[in-house]
Design a protein around this ligand. Sequence first.
Ligand code: AP5
Ligand code: MG
Ligand code: ZN
Length: 216
Amino acid sequence: MRLILLGPPGAGKGTQASGIINKYDIPHISTGDIFRKNIKEGTDLGKKAKEYMDKGLLVPDELVVDLVADRLTEDDTKKGFLLDGFPRTVAQANALDDELNKLGWSLDNVINIIVSKDDLIERAVGRRICKDCGATYHIKFNPSTIPGKCDVCDGELYQRDDDTKETVAKRIEVYENQTSPLIEYYDDKNILLNIDGAQDIDKVFNDVVVALRSNN
Ligand code: AP5
Ligand code: MG
Ligand code: ZN
């Protein structure tokens, strides 16, 4: 299965990704996670990306496209992949089409998670992430058993630098201007699946599985 997860900041892409990659046994490719890893390791790419991420802006296309193209040539993508947070501009979507053409592959579906703006801000601001294993929690909607500690590995939970109310609002604006045109882009290719993201996490996942089943 070759899939894209589309949706505004805080919609639940990362949360749904963990269920999807388990069920379909495909690698999770999140450009946001790749950038955060580079920031943590202090690489040049991380330093450049951080300037944009901290402001809630998109990292320039030229820093993203080659990174994903390279990742798609790794061995594990032969069984499929789940792209999370890429593409985010029409230019990135065109570049992805070119890359997939070269590889002789096509996309199966684009899962578009829909959530209202007020919910997005509450979700992102209350998000907590494990610094060791990356598991994602929410202080209200999906709390860890012991506050501040990961259920999976006992690691410490932290808040993303770009999860302040102001930066989340900027990210949503950027999504509306630069990323939302992709909804039509993929709808025109008849591969878009719209999913109501304003439901419990398990219910959203169930809807994703049902939609994928009836379209493949
Ligand atoms: P990225 O890391 O991709 O962030 P994002 O798209 O803004 O999305 P988020 O990760 O914030 O949200 P999510 O949809 O994954 O939600 P989650 O599941 O965590 O990108 C970060 C930055 O990197 C960008 O701003 C940009 O600068 C740069 N970047 C990345 N890719 C790029 C690209 N291709 N081009 C250019 N720049 C790029 O859930 C959120 C919270 O809600 C969690 O606490 C969760 O527990 C909770 N939650 C989830 N589902 C539910 C539910 N159903 N009910 C209640 N709560 C829920
Ligand atoms: Mg995410
Ligand atoms: Zn953990």
